[in-house]
Design a binder for this molecule. Sequence first.
Ligand SMILES: [Zn+2]
Ligand SMILES: [Zn+2]
Length: 433
Amino acid sequence: MGMQYHEIDLNEDPCIFPDCGHFATKTNMDGIMDMKAHYEISAEENPTAILNTSEPFSMDEVKVCPTCRGSLRSISRYGRIVRRAMLDEATKKFIAWSQTEYSMLAELLLDVQGRIAKASPPPRTLQKNDGPKKKILSNSRITQIQLIRDWVGGSRYDEAIKLWQRINNFLGQVRREEQPFQRVNDFVQHATRMRKTQGIFAFDEAKIQSKGHLQACTLSLKCDTIVIADFMAQRDSLLEARQKLALDFSQHMNECETLVERARATGHPRQETEARVYFAQFCAFSRALASAEETDGETDTNAEKLKEKAKEHLAAARELVARYTGQTEGMMLEIEAAEKMLRDSVFYEPVSTEELRAVYRAMAVNFSGTGHWYLCANRHPFTVGGCGMPMERTVCPECGAPVGGANHTPDAGVQRAHEIENLARDLGGMGIN
Ligand SMILES: [Zn+2]
Ligand SMILES: [Zn+2]
């Protein structure tokens, strides 16, 4: 700080004492905290109003004591700035965690898919206790795969159903309500109601991460398609030995369409492509099942309409792959397989999962949470590893858009990674995780 305590005129520039005891003058400390970026400052250098222009993820660090990196949280003058930066940090950790979790579950699903493909054929006759236990009227997604499991018999889909439940747990953990900014918002609203005071917590919607939830939704639907596609392939050889089975995939298709819209609105081409492909698959499953039954004219017309819709989804998926080649890696094979399902009712494609495996691993690295965070023009946060890629070549791995915001330099990027590591340590005991 360059000054001794006795040299400072405390009437003009009072000192601020953090818990660690390393004092600094108010002017110095305000500079460190970058007060001007957050408040309107009066002629006496005091904050008079909160500026609401701060960009999400613009704060690369939770400010600390310049001497010992101790916490400045207890100084009320800076409380708002420190807490805000901590929320940014919590959001970054949330993103990194949800990406790692997704990549892990997505790889597990590939493992399960491989094991189902290699499993020995299902039992020809069912055990006494196997088979449908009672008539189930629900058209929920889990009910459909449970019906399939009971109909096929054996333990063929047990692992897949367990993973389905795990993926759906994850889905609950990445909902909007679970995210740091939303949780603080809910808390402030609750406190306001309790105390009947005015309180408002304004935050940028970009702080709420839609990606984790979109990824969890698509993965969960993919799990259904894997079980159902295998069932379709096994079905022919079992038809004579089993009772009739009625399945309903309307819930699946509705969810796919909702996902397509949400992914498009938030600029997530990969998830949009996936949702479109899965829609076509569920449509193909429905058609193959329906064609085995006697139908009337009305059912036929509906089935044709559905097929047209599925074709449109696949055409749109192809366009997305052409436009976002890097973001949709591995999806072309899935599109081709879905086209075959729809056209020829062929459900036993040999699966090549290596390309997808590589994609999932790369995703986990892109969002590992180390390195400097950028925000693209579509408001997707992402990190760039410490390899020092020049700013102008940095594009969003999610949508390919360039980085939005101008005040970043590549040199600072490498340096900032250090600070975030220190922060992660500082945040350890702060009750936000
Ligand atoms: Zn200190
Ligand atoms: Zn983006």
